[in-house]
Design a protein around this ligand. Sequence first.
Ligand SMILES: [Zn+2]
Length: 859
Amino acid sequence: MDPYRLPRTVVPSRYDLKLEPDLTTLTFRGVETVAITVSEPVREIYFNAVEIVIDEAVVVDGRGREQRATVALDEAAERGRLEVAEPLAPGAGQMRLTFRGTLNDKLRGFYRSVYKDPSGVSRTMAATQFEATDARRAFPCWDEPAFKAVFAVTLVIDPALTAVSNTRIVSETREGGRKVVRFADSIIMSTYLVAFVVGELEATEPIAVGPTPVRVWCVPGKRRLAAFGHEIAVASLKFFEDYYGLPYPGDKLDFLAIPDFAAGAMENLGAITFRETALLVDETAASHAELQRVADVVAHENAHMWFGDLVTMTWWNGIWLNEAFATFMEMLAVDAWKPQWQRWVAFGVSRGAAMSVDGLHSTRPIEFPVTAPREADAMFDVLTYEKGASVLRMLEQYLGPDVFRTGVRQYLTTHRFANADTGDLWAALGRASGQPIPAVMDGWIFAPGYPLVSASIERGELVLRQQRFTYLREPLQWWGAKPAAPTPGRWQVPVQLRITAGGRDTVERVLLTEPEVRRPLPAGCDSVVVNEGGHGFYRVRYDAELLGRLVARLPALGAIERYNLVNDAWAVTLAGLMPLTDYLDLTARFREERDKNVWTILIGSLAMLNRLVAPEVRPGLEALVRDRVAPALSLLGWDSRSSEDELTRQLRGDLVRALGTLGNDRSVQAQAAERYGEHVHGKATVDPNVLPALIAVLASSGDPTRYTDFVDRFRAATTPQEEQRYLYALTAFPQPELIAQTLGRTINGEIRTQDAPFVVRSLLLTVQAREQAWDFVMKQWDTMDRLYPKHGLRRMAEGVTGLITPGLEASVHHFFKERHIEFGGKVLEQYLEQLRLAVAMREREGAALAAYVARSTSR
Ligand SMILES: [Zn+2]
């Protein structure tokens, strides 16, 4: 018998599920009647269940015969085996179970979330998080995405509380002093999309989108933070109904902010759950980055109502398509809602993050075979979300947006209320476009990595060559190394060129299928942009002549093209294909850059240099940072102008932060302190885009008094964003005793377990704190493993990529090897390879960097 897949001899079609959570004893009781279809006479029924006690089981078979059953639970296999004396007659029957369980504190299954109400009193609520395989912790079920069924939920609760589930409430009655809330039948859907939330909850007034009421829910006292999330919820729902050409599949749509939440959000049909920072925000006090995060996550989850919920992957290998597609649609929806945000330009940063991981030997294909469902845990990463969305965007641009949408509509219409695979989407897109989609796409989806396209001019011709891009020549040598699968060096690359000759631009599309192509260039060619528009998932390396011509005409490039120019140059520098000094020369050409995203990569590369530079060279590097960044801030000035757009305001914040921290700019630090002081004393208001930067600058140059003040402000914060700013600011204080205090707060319950791993990660990535933080992690690993959600621990460990010295690298290897620590998939290997390439850069370029900053600062 397959240890991971349930047999199909008995399958469910409907669950009548009654649950009675008790927030005082932190337990729940349940009764369920599952309508089943028995296809052959068996005496056993297999289903999933774990951490549940089943008290009673009765089965009715296809002839209406009722039998008591015995149930054995296999905790390791997370499976129940129900057995009856007489074989079940085939046909429609029922399985009735009575069971009980615990409201756990692991943020999965049916769990408890504890928070303080406005008067400081501790309160408890119950919520669910089932994806991928934790519905089985709340009720016995066929917990695989292909076993779709109708769910009819009833919650029996304390009358003072409120209950929300996937559908509308059809009745509320009293039964023995309890409130019985019965919900309407759901659509046919997968178990991982079922949700219930019980607690003291407040909702906004509903806004109707067609027949669908849309509301935002939160704990009491926070409803004033719901308006912005509500607005994008409504706007994106309208956008998706139009784009998909299908009505929203549920009967109502609720967005719920949960005080403890492991992931960002979860697309439960009709009852989408969020961590508070991803849904609740004060629009007048938030930065652009904070608002964009809310808009993105809300639109993303909403996109899933069709892609994921209405049409679902057959098995967990298909999770990438769910997530990649929702990420792609999130961009489209937010771009349509706020075109001034230039969402697709900002997506360049996300694409860049995916390319960073996908440039490792230890990357993986977007889609890979999944046997045990927990193997899919390793799929929730930048390759699934950001690379997946990038290649869909590349395909959309290649086919044309209208053709692409037609294919998507056909796919959804054909497979609604059912399951589908990647091949089904390609087939639909193929029919819509008349193109051989799998031939183009397979290399991007089923093979790891991506190409580096080298562009050069040879004898008047443009020559394009492709090869796989990797940072390191050879795979990492480490104790867990497995023989690497052979990787192709060739892709079908949809290349878009912009050739400028005699002042005229011509755009050309070439499908690069061979290792090398040549094409003649027009006479008087001024410049060539490869990857024009910036949608391609590949890097470009220009020869010196082409690069020189582009750099001479920077303002003629689009923002995303400038971003790619810097990002690709930095990547080939890390790979040892371009001298660091050439890269630093290139950054000098961007002193007057006005695009926030281009600055993100410029500042990001300087931050990495700060992590790998030798301590005695750091003051020189700080001077270099000031030299590059200060002119841009001078151009913008400290004060915002009413005529400015949001992106410019956000850029000001980013520049202030870079100068005050990486640049250690004393005048910026003084200015920051002054402005922050005026702000907190109500003498002046600081632009919400600059305030988070001031807090970060003050922390990195702060003292114990400031630290105590920031701890108080973290505790007293009135918005989730304010809480986060002060929380993460605590990681920037350089004093060892303050670092020790912050570390202590990550395991003593002061910082929520949804946040604590990210705080530790931040400390590991901070030069002044990293050694102390790493010591702490090694000592407290078992405690952290016990306290933090699994996903959190994995993300925390990513912080080791900041431990960029040979000694720390050795310590990291030693620790993980001795402790036999694994994160599933290739996660650990990726962290180790990222660390290796950074240490290699330090060893290769350290002397050149020292000489370069010495030259720059003596000038
Ligand atoms: Zn998603």
